[in-house]
Ligand binder design. Structure first.
Ligand code: FAQ
Length: 314
């Protein structure tokens, strides 16, 4: 006799309670599957759309060395997108369907990639702050309860750490340069600081998904916990760099053992998530055009795979 739904649920609950992993072959509640598809797809889309702001500077990198580094980083982001789409496919949804949902505006990508990159210092700031925030958020996801997602995150986090260091090294080099270069770095940090804090999502009391996602072990920490961790990690790095973080309320609180900091503009985050950020329309138009221009590659690859399979059968 097949196990009852109650028995399957009990076995799922026990796996979660033991911090063991749920694997694709295991029974899982529909809500758990949907939450994972939502979060992993959003993450995958973020990696692919996230190639655009930095990709903007590949043809204008200041030296061959910087160009090679930037090309490698942007290629890594494409790779992260692919690992994540693959992890998502284990939940019974195809990559083609996920891309359609993104293009139809039914799935999201990270707010941070809707801000423009106005100078080469932004390449460094994205590495330092945006990859830094991504690492804070993603290291705990290596222990997420869904096996394929956690395993993809382990590999991604290793590469993200390298990305963060390349950004910091670029900014450090600029800070050791001319007054003009130092001003470029400060101006870039001023623009990216608050949007980086918004990457962690709305505050906990306005985060509809956190409670259930944490109960299922999909998320291991709340949005505010991770935001605090990021601020505490970044302040000493800013001091070492010699840049100011644009928050008059930022100070060490000895009692809490953490930095206090100002409130991000949550209305801005809502507007950006709803599609009204500075670059939303541009990012989606570019993604749509890339998808359409790539149609012949997908067709050719599919035809080649079918022919190879036929030949193998013969
Ligand atoms: N942007 O209830 P919550 C990278 C949405 S790193 C857009 O708190 P949740 C690396 C949220 O989806 C960036 N939407 O949601 C890189 C939900 O809407 P929904 C990607 C946001 O899921 C670096 C609603 O608001 N990282 O790409 C944002 O529990 C450099 C309510 O929010 C990940 O995706 C936002 N910032 O927590 C690449 C990490 N925040 O779906 C290139 C994995 C919230 O119900 C260059 N994801 N929303 O319609 C997560 O950890 C979580 O999904 C959160 C949101 C923390 C982002």
């Amino acid at each position: 006799m097949p196990p009852t739904e109650a028995a399957l649920q009990a076995s799922f609950d026990a796996t979660i309670a033991h911090h063991d992993r749920i694997e694709p072959r295991d029974w899982m509640p529909e809500g758990y599957r949907k939450t994972l598809i939502r979060q992993i797809a959003q993450h995958a889309h973020s990696e692919i759309i996230g190639m655009q702001p930095e990709g903007n500077w590949i043809s204008r990198a200041p030296s061959l060395r910087r160009k090679a580094i930037l090309l490698a980083k942007v290629q890594d982001e494409a790779g992260h997108g692919l690992y994540l789409y693959s992890a998502c496919e284990t939940l019974g949804v195809s990559r083609a369907e996920l891309v359609e949902l993104l293009l139809a505006g039914k799935q999201k990508y990270s707010s941070i990639f809707n801000y423009p990159t106005l100078s080469y210092a932004d390449v460094g700031t994205i590495g330092w702050l945006v990859d830094g925030a991504a690492i804070c958020n993603q290291v705990p996801l290596c222990r997420t309860s869904y096996g394929p997602y956690g395993r993809a995150m382990i590999r991604i986090c290793k590469e993200e750490s390298f990305h963060q260091r390349q950004g910091y090294e670029l900014l450090m080099t600029m800070m050791r340069g001319t007054d003009e270069q130092r001003a470029m770095v400060q101006e870039s940090v001023d623009r990216f600081w608050w949007p980086s804090l918004m990457m962690f999502g709305p505050p906990d009391d306005a985060s509809p998904n956190s409670e259930q996602s944490m109960a299922w072990g999909v998320k291991r920490n709340s949005n505010d916990e991770l935001r605090q961790k990021f601020v505490d990690m970044t302040v000493p790095q800013a001091e070492a760099l010699g840049v100011t973080l644009p928050d008059p309320d930022l100070r060490w609180n000895a009692e809490r053992g953490h930095h206090d900091f100002g409130e991000p503009d949550w209305a801005e985050l809502t507007a950006v998530i709803r599609g009204n950020g500075p670059c939303n329309a541009q990012r989606m138009a570019h993604r749509r055009a890339a998808h359409e221009n790539g149609a012949w590659v997908r067709e050719a690859a599919t035809a080649f795979a079918a022919r190879t399979a036929q030949e193998a059968q013969r």
